[in-house]
Ligand binder design. Structure first.
Ligand code: FES
Ligand SMILES: [Fe+2]
Length: 356
């Protein structure tokens, strides 16, 4: 069994990637075709002609429809075949699966599971998005050569920042500070405070605070694979209320993980900050430093993925900071078995109808 959860909204692309042309992309192991209709709405279809399985993305866009490049079968944006050249009748099997699509936060979201369960209100809330007091860096993308669950392990693991990200968001002050964990049905949270400690390099570079600080790291993993990190710092001894945190140095970092295959992942990210919101130099610095940070993770996780594939083992030893990653893996298994039970019930129902 694979590791994917289908019933969820996944970022398939940034909005500006999807245009009036055919864009192929692999999501959760499936070949998907993305394009925009004449009215600008985005469409997601399976990228496979039901005739001889040619990729539809090698065909042509005709108005809002797609014409296969092999023999010209044409499908509208709901995946219904509307033309078979040279004949009047259209076989019932000549149908392509269409996926529910939403556009939000400048991203194209696709629901990969049962369309009946696609709740358009269920896309995660991104606080301060569009707020003029907060600087935004978005449209960012990295390709990770690792299973998405190795990345979710990493994204509820604030402890690794002391070692992997010494040049950006971590320093030695956090090495001995434990991590606390909480969870609900929708997320797992790993967090800690590192008090009266030197600023990390990214904070120092932005020059908003002076001297030692109290620093927080709140790493949320919204199931199945959206990471949301609230991190920042306030002057030593400041009461850690939300208002005081907003007055200090604060960032919200969102990482939208979309599995590509079992060993590769699309990593879309955006970042909101409450310092120098209108300063393009600050935006450039954030983009560069966060890309550097995530590339450090990508390099490490690629080695880990390769070693997992070579040995067939995920870990030989377990330590306290693995609590949150372990909870995520259990929650993923719970979501997968829920999907499998629903599929089995639907198949039983179909079989019963057939023998009546
Ligand atoms: S393979 Fe698409 S029309 Fe024949
Ligand atoms: Fe990291």
């Amino acid at each position: 069994m694979g590791t994917f959860v289908n019933n969820a909204w996944y970022v398939a692309a940034w909005g500006n990637e999807v245009r009036r042309e055919l864009l192929p992309r692999t999501l959760l192991g499936q070949q998907i075709l993305l394009y925009r209709k004449e009215n600008g709405e985005a469409v997601a279809l399976v990228d496979r002609c039901p005739h001889k399985l040619a990729p539809l993305s090698l065909g042509e866009l005709k108005g809002d429809s797609v014409q296969c490049g092999y023999h010209g079968l044409t499908f509208d944006c709901s995946g219904t075949c509307i033309r078979v050249p040279g004949q009047r009748n259209i076989p019932t099997e000549a149908q392509v699966r269409a996926f529910p699509v939403m556009e939000k936060y400048n991203a194209i979201w696709v629901w990969m599971g049962d369309p009946e369960q696609a709740d358009t209100t269920a896309i995660i809330d991104v606080p301060h998005y569009g707020d003029p007091g907060w600087g935004l860096v978005d449209g960012q993308y990295l390709h990770f050569k690792s299973n998405y669950l190795n990345i979710t392990d990493n994204l509820v693991d604030p402890a690794h920042t002391s070692y992997v990200h010494k040049n950006t968001i971590g320093n030695a002050a956090g090495e001995e500070v434990g991590v606390k964990v909480e969870q609900s049905d929708s997320h797992v949270l790993a967090y800690r405070w590192i008090n009266d400690a030197p600023q990390v390099p990214l904070v120092e570079r932005m020059g908003k605070l002076a001297g030692n600080v109290d620093r927080w790291q709140y790493y949320y993993l919204h199931l199945p694979s959206i990471s949301y990190v609230d991190f920042g710092c306030i002057p030593v001894g400041t009461e850690p209320t939300e208002a005081n945190k907003d007055r200090g140095f604060r960032s919200f970092s969102f990482n939208f993980l979309t599995p590509e295959t079992e060993s590769t992942t699309h990593y879309f990210w955006l970042h909101l900050r409450n310092y120098h919101p209108d300063d393009p130099q600050a935006s450039d610095d954030v983009a560069r430093l966060m890309n550097q940070t995530f590339e450090e993770d990508a390099t490490l996780l690629e080695f880990i993925q390769r070693e997992q594939e070579r040995t067939g083992v995920r870990e030989y030893a377990r330590i306290a900071i693995d609590n949150a990653p372990l909870r995520i893996r259990r929650q993923i298994e719970r979501l997968q078995s829920k999907e499998q039970s629903a599929e089995a019930a639907a198949m039983d129902c179909e079989a019963e109808t057939a023998i009546r």
